[in-house]
Design a binder for this molecule. Sequence first.
Ligand code: ADP
Ligand code: MG
Length: 229
Amino acid sequence: MLEVKNLDVAYGHAKVLHDVSFDIEKGQMAFFIGRNGAGKTTLLKTIMGLLKAQNGSITYQRNEISGISPEELYLQGMRYVGQEKKVFSNLTVRENIEIAAYASREPLDQALEKVTAIYPKLKSFLEMRAGQLSGGQRQILLVGRALVGDPKLLLIDEPTQGLAAVVIEEVGKILSGLKDRVSAVIVEQNLAIVKQLADRVYILKEGKVARGITEKSEISDTQKLEAYL
Ligand SMILES: Nc1ncnc2c1ncn2[C@@H]1O[C@H](COP(=O)(O)OP(=O)(O)O)[C@@H](O)[C@H]1O
Ligand SMILES: [Mg+2]
């Protein structure tokens, strides 16, 4: 459902992604791991149309999408959850969900139902300002909000970064509940989560795909993966 081919991306003259190719099939979760600065965030932003590639192609649901705006891709079911865990802090949790309902043209009650289904505790936070949520709750709100509308491909950047161990487990469970419902490309440094959820693992090293691992047994071999971080 997503095929990235020979992608080159640069910031000005600084080339960051070199000839990146990978693909995922419908319902799969692909994980990208790699050191800081490897280009993981740049890759997700490019797929979402937030950055322009110099070369290469991105095919989403059989269509070439280079040059298509993030807003249009959103309407086509693509969702980007950035690394910054940015919610609308001054708005309530309910209003944060309302914005997604409006943007995706989904009825509000249905949107609220969807988001709270993944984390029922959010029901008691609906009137709270999103800025008052803990980091974990904020992340869960962001993932929930990405499910509003008819999402087909989630692009999630380091969902468990900076979260406490119990919350990481919670986020892992939520992501696991999404398996088969949507396709996803997830950047994640927590190898326990990767092992638990990944259908494919891609290792990004200095802007290049150093390896693609599709064998479950190899994905389970944490030591092997650790060597790349
Ligand atoms: N807005 C930007 N302008 C210039 N260089 C950038 C910008 N964003 C990221 N970079 C550089 O691109 C490289 C890849 O960054 P990034 O995609 O954020 O890596 P990762 O997410 O793997 O840590 C890094 O060398 C980083 O310094
Ligand atoms: Mg990053």
